[in-house]
Design a protein around this ligand. Structure first.
Ligand code: FMN
Length: 362
């Protein structure tokens, strides 16, 4: 047993995590027509083997047009269920990690090239129509989205509900709604991308109407004992955009609606370059939302070491710490952290038990 805050369990509804480390969602651009494959099995499976408490899949789109790129993962056709189930079954059978699926629609940031091809808009012959709350392109060279009408909203709400039912069939433990980084739901929330004059634009309450409709559809199709998270951009880093005060209000609204945890990120809602900030620059946002809205939070951004995670958790700044780049650098981060914090009974996979006896030499 340990008193290291990083290694204390955490429960949301019927899901108990063995530690406070989450693998942050990371697009891999490696799926074919949305279908997860061996890459996803190894990518996600190895972090589960590496001791991470909560694995969160990359942004997984609920419609083909909702993909950022042709390689984005999906949960929009029945064939996707078995592909994801293979990953989920591996995580559950070979580790005691839990696994969440991040359900998303890319909105005005859809129809782009792979990140390693520069990420710009797809050439016309490969591009598809993109939709958003308002007909405002993401950047000067982006495609202009078509403004969504009621029928688009109804279709996407049903697609989120269907994605949820398939996520349950695949055995996921949690759903995370991607409501951050300028994708569809986020673009409803930010006044920079939502200039609608109907009841879906204007006040924060109006801008939250579509995100809440999506949330209610997901909650209604997801088992009661399984939790739901939502990632948001708590701060747009652009004048006239979402402020942390808004994030607190969003936290209150989502808590009242029944959300279990808010994953507090920031930015990427416009193509304005945001200031480069070192350290745990987003953790103050998580801390405020957690304290003032009274909802559990995850923090993300430059999480890099076990002592830091201990301090965040013990200081009540977040309930979970998400790590993205650090998990690419070191899939076994949790085991290395356990060793450095003196957590002796932290279990390696049985096949790897000998790793516990390894003594590195500096
Ligand atoms: C390769 C890559 C892909 C990403 N894809 C997603 C994604 O699918 N969904 C998401 O919410 N964030 C995504 N992010 C953002 C990360 O989850 C995380 O918020 C960000 O990298 C900051 O955390 P870090 O400092 O630990 O890397 C991605 C980041 C990277 C590096």
């Amino acid at each position: 047993m340990t008193d290291a805050p990083m290694f204390t369990p955490f429960t949301l509804r019927g899901m108990t995590l063995k530690n406070r480390l989450a693998m942050s969602p990371m697009c891999q651009y490696s799926a074919e027509d949305g279908t997860a494959n061996d890459w996803h099995l190894v990518h996600l499976g190895s972090r589960a083997m590496g001791g991470t408490g909560l694995i969160i899949t990359e942004m997984t789109d609920i419609s083909p047009e909702g993909r950022i790129s042709e390689g984005c993962a999906g949960m929009y056709k029945p064939e996707h269920v078995a592909a994801w189930k293979r990953v989920v079954d591996f995580v559950h059978s070979q580790s005691d990690a839990k696994i969440a699926i991040q359900l998303a629609h890319a909105g005005r940031k859809a129809s782009c090239m792979f990140a390693w091809e520069g990420g710009g808009p797809l050439p016309a012959e490969r591009a598809w129509e993109i939709i958003a709350p308002s007909a405002i392109p993401f950047s000067a060279d982006s495609q202009t989205p078509r403004e969504m009408n009621r029928a688009d909203m109804d279709r996407l709400i049903e697609a989120f509900a269907q994605g949820t039912r398939w996520a349950e069939e695949a055995g996921f433990d949690m759903i995370e709604i991607h409501g951050g980084h300028g994708y569809l739901i986020s673009s409803f929330i930010s006044p920079l991308s939502n200039t609608r004059t109907d009841e879906y634009g204007g006040s924060l309450e109006n801008r939250m109407r579509f995100p809440l409709e999506v949330f209610h559809a997901i909650r209604a199709n997801w088992p009661d004992d399984k939790p739901i998270s939502m990632r948001i951009s708590a701060y747009d880093w652009v004048e006239g955009g979402t402020e942390v005060d808004d994030a607190v209000e969003i936290g209150r609204m989502m808590k009242a609606a029944g959300l279990d945890i808010l994953d507090v990120s920031s930015g990427n809602v416009t193509d304005d370059v945001r200031p480069r900030v070192e350290g745990l620059f987003q953790t103050p946002f998580s801390e405020r939302v957690r304290a003032e809205a009274g909802i559990p939070t995850m923090t993300v951004g430059n999480v890099g070491g076990p002592e830091q995670i201990n301090e965040v958790i013990a200081g009540g700044r977040a309930d979970l710490c998400c790590m993205a780049k650090g998990q690419l650098f070191d899939p076994y981060f949790a085991h290395h952290a356990a060793r450095s914090l003196g957590v002796e009974d932290y279990k390696w996979p049985k096949q790897y038990a000998a790793a516990g006896f390894f003594k590195p030499v500096d």
